[in-house]
Each structure stands twice: as C-alpha cells, then as structure tokens.
Design a protein around this ligand. Structure first.
Ligand SMILES: C[S@@+](CC[C@H](N)C(=O)[O-])C[C@H]1O[C@@H](n2cnc3c(N)ncnc32)[C@H](O)[C@@H]1O
Length: 225
C-alpha cells in the first residue's frame, strides 16, 4: 500500500499522547462521550478529542464568542466542548444530517447544564447555512463532508461578523492533500488553496491532530457589550 495514500496520522502517536497528557482534561461528560464514541461507534476517528476539544474551548474564550455555528455534530463532543466555554447567554447551532448521530448527541446534550445553549438542526448543512442571516456568527467550526468544504467556507464567510473566526478541521486530511487522488482529497487540497489565496481573511494552518485551518475574517470586531 502507498503510505501517503493510507489514512496516516500526521502527528506522531507519541506526540499526540504527550500533548493529551499535558492538556487539562475536559469535563466528565465529555470524557464519557469520548469513551462512548471510541467504543460504540464505527467512526471513532471522527471525534476531535481532548487536545482539539480544549483548543476549541480556548478559542471560544479568547474570541469572546457568543454565537457559534458548527457544521457536523456527530456524537456531540465538539458542540458540548464549545458550549461549556460559552457564557450563559451564548448559543451554538450545530448541524448534522444523520438522524442516528443527532439522537446520540441530543441525549448527551440533555444531560449537561450547558446543553440548553445548543440547538441541533437535522438536515443538509449547506441548505441550513444558506438560511442563516449574514454577519451574525462569531465563530464557525467546519467538520463535515469534505466535498462541501469550499461551499461551507463561502457560507461561513457570509454569516460571520467582521473579525469572526472559522476553524476548519481535517485540513491535513491524513496526508492525502499532498497527492490528492480521490474526490474528497482533491476537495480538501482545493479548499486549502482557496483559503490561502483569499484576501478577505488572515490564516494560520495549524498541525494539531489532523490539521486545523484557523481563519479570521478581516475587519474590526465590534466592541464587547
Ligand atoms: C467528523 S464528524 C463531526 C465530529 C464532531 N464535530 C466532533 O468533533 O465530535 C462529521 C459529521 O458530519 C455529518 N455530515 C456529513 N455530511 C453532512 C452534510 N452534508 N450535512 C450535514 N451533516 C453532514 C456526519 O453525519 C457526521 O456526523
């Protein structure tokens, strides 16, 4: 098998484990969701996990975010991680088209005092994003089907306020972006080039886990209330 074309962890396992050990653990419920996802779902690699979860929480804190949109809920881990970091009046709209994933996530949200900050919209992400008002979101987390990343990016730029953040997960796509040979890998490679060339944004490509493209929509953030 061509190594580049297998699903390859980009960060050495030893470094991942070291990073996790040196990162503040998340809440007991998030640890439970992680365990559930690793043992009871067929797609454990879709979970962001402790390091990325804590990174999302810090981004929410540092950005002073109150209004978040997440594309791709899965078992609810990243949505709940961000909800825990939001102030009491903060809100997350999270989107997933899979009814089974949605139900699992809702069951976990119900068990958290921060679950009331989360609204789950079940359906196709692009159509739901297109129905959202412009310029309202403080932060968008893109973490769903790779073929639509470019379209999600354009909608995210529209719904973000000036100075708002986009975090796009799996920007390294397990190394497949280096020699893209299938539709998803080409879509991710093209997405990264599109972002790189976009004069509307400042960008930082982070090699955390499977890569996070951190993007700030240019413009002055409104003063904090
Ligand atoms: C990588 S998982 C999200 C992981 C989650 N953010 C976390 O960290 O725990 C991607 C999710 O996107 C959902 N998804 C894929 N394509 C979608 C689409 N076109 N519209 C809405 N949801 C979609 C899948 O059902 C899956 O649950």
């Amino acid at each position: 098998m061509n190594r580049i074309y297998s699903y390859m962890d980009m960060v050495a396992k030893e470094a991942e484990e070291y990073a996790a050990e040196h990162t503040t653990p998340l809440s007991p419920l998030l640890e439970e969701i992680e365990q559930f996802t690793l043992t009871a779902t067929p797609y454990p690699s879709m979970l962001t996990g402790r390091v990325e979860g804590r990174f999302l929480q810090l981004m929410v804190h540092l950005a002073g975010a109150r209004n978040i949109v997440e594309i791709g809920t899965f078992t609810g881990y990243s949505a709940l991680a961000m909800a825990e970091a939001l102030p009491a009046d903060g809100k997350i709209l999270t989107i997933d088209h899979d009814p089974e994933h949605a139900q699992i996530a809702l069951n976990f949200f119900d068990r958290s005092p921060d679950g009331k900050k989360i609204t789950l919209h079940q359906g196709e992400a692009l159509a739901i994003l297109q129905g959202l008002p412009a310029g309202q979101a403080d932060l968008v987390f893109i973490d769903a089907d790779k073929r639509n990343y470019a379209a999600y990016y354009e909608e995210s730029m529209r719904i973000l306020r000036d100075g708002g953040l986009i975090l796009a997960d799996n920007a390294l796509w397990y190394g497949r972006i280096f020699q893209p040979r299938d539709e998803e890998s080409r879509a991710m490679a093209e997405f990264n080039e599109r972002v790189k060339a976009d004069g509307r944004a400042e960008k930082l490509f982070l090699t955390i886990r499977d890569g996070i493209y951190l993007i700030r929509k240019k413009g002055a953030a409104p003063p904090l209330p």
